[in-house]
Design a protein around this ligand. Structure first.
Ligand code: 9Z3
Length: 384
């Protein structure tokens, strides 16, 4: 399968941004990764998942219902995508993510009055039930047998469970959460395009919160073995192609009015900000939230264009702290603003017994930004 690169003049800025990202990689000693499918080629050549139509219709019904009610809708993507090596899959490559970020964030969005489409990896953590995951906090440990045939909740556990149970029932009774699952990176890409088509009519009232850990590489359909790969053939040599960068069509074509937040995961602190900036330059969306793997639960950084640089009307941020950069590739002084959210500072003043989660503060900060994004759209309409 050969790669194809768009060559139209309109891609000059995008190409420059891609070059900028490649510069950051080169400086970090990351080799160039060969072939890339264009988004168009990808969808023209790769098979859609069998459930695409049914899931798209469920998402459409959900969005239509809440659009009539005037509710804001957020797409939360969560968990890692797989890349199967065989179509009768025994082995696959996986991207790291338990789904904690997505599941936790979905709860805070619901609390803030959003309707949530929760696009998640099969069997990854889910909103509400995540508090009682089988490995961290098995639910059987919450229960005791009383009088030989009654089930009671262990003393002290009921008060923790009650607010979770209430919020869970409220969301399900109102129908304000729709869970849609994916497994492979191919499922994810088709579903993302479908949901963007469904959410686009919401205009600025929709948000994309792209926390799923999405593979950068995949095996095209025509190179996936049908049956289990046999070890009798010796070493396994894999050549994978690059997944198309679908953030670009998402921002520019599929949902031009949506407020789009992507996450950038790095394991090298020094790459976090340059890579987040490169993503903003490349795709032109509103916000990149950077997180380093080991510190992801206690600190994140919001990277966005500074007020005077914003082309899509996003808000300015104050109180920015910019750590030293490993790379200055593509930096124009003052072009980007970084705001760090650090849990110990944010949780100061809370009771020591409170379990404080960084997602609470992430969502709080996003609500303001999304509100302003909507207000700017209304203002622009009034001026037109
Ligand atoms: C993230 O960075 C998420 O915050 C985590 C959450 C995957 C770290 P957990 O589920 O982990 O709480 O265990 N998600 C985005 C990862 C990603 O694939 N980003 C791409 C990249 O870094 C850009 S879309 O290149």
């Amino acid at each position: 399968m050969s790669a194809s690169h768009p060559t139209t003049a309109s891609n000059t800025a995008a190409d420059a941004a891609a070059e900028l990202a490649a510069d950051v990689d080169a400086e970090a000693g990351i080799p160039d990764q060969g072939r890339a499918f264009s988004t168009e080629d990808y969808f023209n050549t790769q098979r859609p998942p069998a459930s695409l139509k049914e899931k798209t219709e469920a998402m459409r019904a959900f969005v239509d219902k809440w659009n009539i009610d005037g509710k804001k809708v957020v797409l939360v993507t969560s968990g890692g995508t797989t890349v199967p090596l065989e179509s009768n899959t025994v082995r696959y490559l996986d991207n790291f993510s338990a789904g904690t970020r997505g599941a936790t964030s979905a709860e805070y969005f619901l609390q803030a009055g959003y309707a949530v489409i929760f696009l998640h990896r099969t069997h990854s953590l889910r909103p509400f039930s995540r508090h009682y995951s089988h490995s961290m906090n098995p639910f059987l440990d919450l229960l005791t047998v009383n009088n030989g045939d009654q089930i009671d909740v262990v003393p002290g556990q009921a008060s923790k469970l009650l607010p979770i149970l209430k919020a869970y029932h409220q969301a399900h009774d109102e129908g304000s959460i729709l869970s849609v699952n994916f497994q492979t990176v191919n499922d994810y890409l088709w579903l993302l395009r479908a949901v963007a088509g469904v959410m686009a009519p919401l205009g600025r009232k929709c948000m994309y919160y792209l926390a799923a850990a999405v593979s950068d590489f995949f095996l095209p359909d025509d190179r996936v073995a049908e049956h289990k790969i046999q070890s009798t053939h010796g070493a396994l040599v894999l050549e994978m192609d690059q997944v198309p960068k679908v953030l670009r069509p998402l921002v520019q074509e599929w949902t031009p009015e949506g407020y789009i937040v992507s996450f950038k995961l790095e394991t090298d602190d020094n790459l976090l900000i340059p890579k987040a900036r490169a993503a903003l330059a490349r795709y032109g969306h509103q916000l990149v939230i950077g997180n380093e793997l080991h510190k992801r639960k206690s600190e994140v950084v919001f990277v966005e264009r500074s007020h005077h640089e914003k082309s899509r009307g996003d808000r300015s941020v104050t109180g920015a702290q910019t750590p030293p950069l490993a790379s200055s590739a593509g930096d124009v002084p003052g072009m980007y603003t970084e705001t760090w959210l650090r849990l110990p500072e944010l949780a100061a003043g809370r009771a020591a017994t409170d379990e404080v989660e960084i997602e609470e503060f992430i969502i709080q900060a996003l609500l303001e930004r999304h509100h302003e994004w909507i207000a700017q759209g209304e203002q622009a309409q009034a001026n037109a």
